[in-house]
Write a protein that binds this ligand. Structure first.
Ligand code: FHN
Length: 417
């Protein structure tokens, strides 16, 4: 792994995932066409009426920046095959809908203007393209719509379509920081997509770009394939020990997680995660050497749902006080303490007091290694002391912060030097 190329990703730690497309019109998630077996002719109505009159990506970028996010990854094409960019290889694109705009160009310009790095999500599945293979059972990611039952597809031609679109995405919108392919499965992996040739092209066009691990390679292998990717992409989970390769060496990873239960806009999905859950998820990812890519699913008008905005705003308040314990941080050389989590970067140690009990904060094993402690939120000194009755406990039991000096607000972070 080229450490210089991935340095910004490690420093950033927190990004916005954006799932948006014509599926926002039925508002039942991005798999609605497949799960409800909507025939092409019926799905066409969404193409013909897509007109996100409130689409203002500068507002999206401001929301992302103010929540503490440093990069974004937006769908350029999801599994339904609809392209949000002005592709020269299909008519199934935003510029041919009432929107009449290249939504990806506006996204790139807006997020860069707000100082964020930009990534593209690109679906390897394509339920619209006639060359995408048909097969299988109800839930198989192949397309299984009645009108395609005779069509067996043509994987050779479809792979060429993928390569052509990836090339236009990486040559039409300036420097792109991430390309996020999604997803390989069964025998549809690796050279089914002509992945070696694809990745060689990607790296020649954008030498600094980062690639995820969903082209079908094994990023954990001792000798990963050329297309194994630069970071692992656990989804809706945080790996218990982070992600390591076969030799037990940590590898970069990014957990992608939804704010409710859907990636694409779902009008009935009210199962929102709290700001505290999101902060704790971010802290857990960083404490295990990973990133968090947190998803928003804008509606058909181009608005990020109000509930998402509210959650991200509160997360941003915490990040403004404590972001130093996130950005550029990773694992600490200590086991997880019972009161919360550690994050660390060169010469700095951050105690995330998440489950603080009544008693002192047990800093077992750190005696003599800490020069001072300060509250990250306001820099105020936190005295380190041995509890008056510590003598009743094993000598190395604990030193502690003076509890009364720690605010009772949630998830206090104390910087230790
Ligand atoms: O099928 C997709 C899904 O719609 C969504 O895009 C997620 C995001 O990582 N990826 C696939 C499921 O793993």
């Amino acid at each position: 792994m080229d450490k210089d190329r991935i340095r910004w990703f490690i420093d950033a730690r927190f990004g916005m995932f954006i799932h948006w497309g014509i599926y926002a019109i039925p508002a039942r998630g991005e798999w609605v066409k497949h799960f409800e077996s909507i025939p092409e002719a019926q799905y066409q109505q969404y193409f013909e009426t897509f007109n996100p009159i409130h689409y203002n990506p500068r507002e999206w970028a401001r929301i992302a920046r103010q929540s503490g996010m440093k990069y974004a990854v937006m769908t350029t094409k999801h599994h339904d095959g609809f392209c949000l960019f002005d592709s020269q290889f299909t008519d199934y694109k935003a510029t041919n809908t009432p929107a009449g705009r290249d939504l990806i160009k506006e996204y790139v310009d807006a997020f860069r203007a707000e100082g964020l790095r930009v990534g593209f999500y690109y679906s390897l599945l394509d339920w619209h393209h006639p060359d995408y293979p048909v097969a299988g059972d109800r839930f198989h990611p192949y397309r299984n719509f009645p009108e395609f039952s005779e069509c067996k597809g043509n994987l050779e031609r479809y792979a060429l379509y993928v390569h052509n679109q990836v090339e236009e995405l990486l040559t039409s919108y300036g420097k792109i920081d991430i390309i996020w392919f999604d997803f390989s499965y069964d025998d549809m992996r690796g050279e089914a997509w002509k992945a070696t040739e694809l990745v060689n092209m990607v790296r020649s066009l954008q030498p600094e770009i980062l690639i995820d691990n969903r082209l079908g390679g094994n990023i954990r292998a001792r000798q990963p394939e050329v297309y194994a990717g630069d970071f692992a992409s656990p989804e809706q989970i945080i790996p218990p020990e982070g992600v390591t390769n076969e030799d037990g060496e940590p590898i970069p990873w990014e957990a992608c997680i939804t704010l409710n239960d859907h990636w694409g806009y779902h009008a009935q999905d009210l199962n929102w995660k709290s700001p505290r859950t999101i902060v704790r998820t971010l802290v857990e990812c960083v404490s295990k050497g990973g990133n968090l890519l947190l998803n928003v699913g804008p509606n058909a008008k181009g608005e990020i749902p109000e509930a998402s905005v509210r959650i991200l705003s509160e997360v941003g308040q915490w990040m403004r006080r404590n972001g130093e314990s996130i950005y550029g941080c990773g694992r600490a050389p200590f086991p997880k303490p019972e009161w919360g989590r550690w994050t660390a970067k060169e010469g700095r140690l951050y105690a995330h007091l998440l489950d603080r009990g009544i008693g002192p904060v047990n800093l077992r094993g750190l005696e003599g290694k800490i020069a001072y402690a300060r509250l990250l939120a306001d820099g105020s000194e936190v005295r380190l002391e041995r509890p008056w009755n510590a003598a009743e406990y094993p000598e190395d039991a604990f030193i502690s912060f003076s509890q009364p000096e720690l605010p009772d607000d949630w998830d206090t972070v104390v910087e230790l030097m």
